[in-house]
Each structure stands twice: as C-alpha cells, then as structure tokens.
Design a protein around this ligand. Sequence first.
Ligand code: BG6
Length: 610
Amino acid sequence: MCGIVGYLGRRNAMPIVLEAIKQLEYRGYDSSGVAWHSDGKVLLHKKKGKVSSLEATSILDEIESNLAVAHTRWATHGTPSDVNAHPHTDATSSCAVVHNGIIENYESIRQMLMKRGIRFETETDSEVIPQLIGYLYKGNFLRAVQRALPLLQGAFAIAIIHKNHPGEIICVAKECPLAIGLGQNEMFIASDSHAFLKFTRRVIFLRGSELARVTENGVQCFDGRRLPISKETEDLEHAAVEISKGNFKHFMLKEIYEQPQTIQNAYLSRFSEQYGTAILDEISLSDEELLKIQRIVILACGSSYHVGLLAAYMLEEKARIPVEVEISSELRYKNPIVLDNTLVIAISQSGETADTLAAMRELKEKGAKIIGICNVQGSTLAREVDSCLFLRAGPEIGVATTKAFTSQLIVISLLTLRLARMRQMSQQEGRHYLQALIQLPQQLYSILARVNDIRELAKKFAHYENFFYLARRFMFPIALEGALKLKEIAYVNANGYPAGEMKHGPIALINPNCLSILLFPDQDEVTFTKMINNAMEIKARGGVIFAVAVEGTKDIEKIADALFFIPRTKDIFLPILSTVVVQLLAYFIADLRGAEVDQPRNLAKSVTVE
Ligand code: BG6
C-alpha cells in the first residue's frame, strides 16, 4: 500500500506535498517521488528510499509550481528502484500519475498497449494507468480518465495531472481511501486526511468507485457510471497533532511509554464502578439486541488478529458467548455463514486494512451487525461499521503496533464486561473486574520503571537466531504477539506456540542455541503446573528459558535461565502487563541489532491492498 497526495492552489506546491507525503510514510517507504506542472510541461523527480533521500538531492528546493502530486511507495509489483518509483508518466510525458492499490489486469492492458507501439519503462502495474490515459487522450482530460477507468480492474486510488490542464487534478478512488481537503482557493488530496489537517479540516471522502475533478475553486464528483454526484463536506473534529519523538530514540519506544496513559484514555468514562459494568454509548445496538447475541465472529489481521484471539478467551470465559476468530484475508473468500443474532467485531488500528474491510463488507452484505474497534476517526472502517469503539490512543507512528494493541485489549475487556453483566456476571464480580482494570496503568508504570532490567536481558539474548514464545490460555495470544514483534522489527526467526503443542513437533528445534520465552500465568491458575512441565521438557533438551512470571511465584528461579516478574492482577488482565515486557524486549533486541525500528523493511502500518 502506498500514500498519495496532491496540491493545487496559489502557494508553492512543492513544500506542501513533501510535508504531506512525509506524514504518509507509515504507509510504505520503499521509494518516493513528486511530479509538478511547469510551463506547459509535467516534470518529475523520484528516488528509491524515503522522502528524506528524495529531498537530499536538493533539486526540489528551486522548484516553484502551484500544482503537484507526490507518492511514497510500498512495493507490490516491481522491485524498489528509482525507475519503479512513482509518479509514472505516459510515453509522451503528458500526464503523471500517483497510485495506491493494485491493477490486477495490468499485464493484459500492457500487452494491448505494447501491440499499439507504446513502450513501457517500468516493471510496475501502475504504469499502465498513465499509458492508457495518454493513449485515450484526445484533448479532454476528464473524458480520457473516464474512458480508461472501466478497463482497470482491482482496488486503487489515483491522482493525475496533465501538461495541458494546469488548473486541475483528477483523482479516483475505487475501494481505496482518498480524501480531498477544501481550502481557501486551494485544494489538497491525500490517502489519509491527517496529511493535510494542518491546512484544512473541511474534507470530502471519495467512496466506493468515485472520481473527482479538482480545481482551485471547487470539486466536481462523478460516480462509477460517470454521472455527476453531490458529495457531503465533513468538518473533522480532530485537529492535526504535531507528532514528534520527544526525547525518545524511536516512536515505538515513545508509544510503549505512552501506554499507562493510553490505557486510561481507552476506559475513561466508559464504566460505572457503582453498577460494576461498562458504559459503551457508541454501540447503536439496543440492550435487547445485545442480549440476543448467540455468536460472535471477530475478524482482523496481524497484531489485531492476536487481540481477536484474546478477545475470544475473554468473551467465552466471562460472557459465555461462542466466538470464532477469523483472519480477514481467509474469511473474505470463505463464503462465511451469518446466522441471526451473530455479532461481528472488526478490529483494525488503522481502519484501512483492505483484507479486514473486504471481509467486513462481505459479512455486512449477509446481514451481520458490525462493531468496529479502531484508532482512526474518519477511517473507512469507522465510516462503514454500525458502531465504532475508538481506542483514543492518538496517532500511532511506529509500524509495529504497541499502544494501539493494549488499547484494543482494554476496549475488548469493556465490551466483555458489558455483555457478561447483561448475562450471568454479578454486580460484585463486575466491580472486582473494574478495580483490577483501573489498576493497570499504575502496574504498567512499575514495569516501565524496571526497563533497564529488560534492556540487560535483551543484551543477553540479542545474539540468538531462533526464539520460541510459549504460553497457555489467556497468555497464548501474547506469545504470538511477542514472536511477531521480534519478526517485524528485528528480522529474527521467532515463533509463538501454545506451550502444550510443543511436544507435538516444534520441540524438535529446541537446543542450546534456541531461546524459549515462557509467559507464566499466576501460580493459582489452572495451567500453571502445565507450564512448569513444558519448561522442564525444554530444559531436558538443553533449551534456554526466559520466564515472565507473576510476582511471588515460587521456585521459578530453579527452572528459568532469566526471569522478569510482573505485578499480580486478574488472569484476564495479565496479558496486558506481559505484552509490555515482550514489546520492550523486541524493541531493545532490534535496536541492538541496528534495525530501523520505526520503519522495518518490507512492512507498512496498514496495507490497503488485498
Ligand atoms: C500491518 C501492520 O500492516 O497491519 C501491523 O504492520 C498490523 O502492525 C496489521 O497489526 C493490521 O493493521 P490494522 O490497522 O488493521 O490493525
């Protein structure tokens, strides 16, 4: 997935689009580029790597233009290179295109145009867009784009400028996000509105399959059948927030440290201790409808999927409702069964992950009621679900999620409490549940206060090339998350497993060069002794163990080669405390190995292509 922006107005477009595209670098940073209009020509400058390497060439410092588009890339077709970087032009350099998404039938269009003598410069799918528009252009820019669109298959968002049309940008959204910012005699275009929030909060969101012809003084919108449509202008409440690392070396570390606060934000004014229940006014379903729920389907990707797995344990244990957790990209093509009284929960930090959006739409079409759990106001998911529970975690910049993950867990804990209190959970039990929940920020501070211990452990472990994360019940999804974090940012082979599953295969990999990280529950918890047995099985094969255990756990020192204690709390909330330990461990190992922690290779903050 990529980020695209555009500017048209009276100011110099270059500094504006460069500033805006940097805001979208979380969407991909394999290459970047800009195209601008100048004296009847469309010129461009593009480079492999981040926007910083584009700017480093200082070519752009001298550029003055009131019309420009820019791009930051997450490569899908064609290796990251200067040539494959966007923008792309047609063979006569008449128009330039920036594209987010995938043109699935690009090969046949390419062949068709090559037969007509069109020469292609790049390996990308995107280049077929300007080449097709260039081929169809007969003087009417809008018409050429409208004639090209029906030939393009896939989900995409594009912005196009043309040398003969210095006063307009044409942009198209087809199942991919695109926002148009309305300023005073100037217009902004971006994949995500926060890229231009600094300049305007008046926004038009293109949806479904829509096209917009943007000029300095206005926007004309058309639907997929080329019919003019009027679009609502939304005033976004949330303002642009200056996002800086402060004194932290990386956004990821800063966001880990924000968690005591973001956890509080997630539950503030969302519970009543007196009634021992959660108050979730954002949910539009009535109490009757919530009481009738007989099945819950959760869909998500990546770390959000791990939150979904933990949600299933919570909801089944506390609310006694059967839960299925689905990986969105699989559910999408599974022809899912939606029975009456099925609640769907779609979890996505960004609210833009294409797999989750597609799966959500599939279930919605089948009549399911959808609750979204999301961190981005104005995101596609937030706008399409029946109710959205926002995380209130603030923008998350680090590509590997941290604070959004624990905030998702808090929101899920509140939803669990709400549904459980409507069923068999007593007011007293509800109160105890909330008392444990509101202690979490303080307990997190106590873990962060011992960050040096985790940094020292990371120094001990950073040389390992193979890691197992093992746990049971509520802690198992955190074992998966811990392993994913190490894979994502330190590029190390790490696998999360239910501890009981080790003996059915993976234990074959245990040796003194493999580190096993065991996440222990409280020693009173039913699986504690089973975890001890699993630890003994690993020790018996010369494996090395780092144990994360609850304060006061006895005799664990005898088994573990390294140990970190976390504060005691309810078994349902222990995963939130152990999450911060595995986040910090992955962070320090990645930093010690010199990895680009905030923008790991090959990843993007959320992926808007299937
Ligand atoms: C990936 C991110 O692209 O998408 C992960 O790198 C994230 O951190 C996953 O968990 C799902 O994203 P979202 O926004 O749908 O929660």
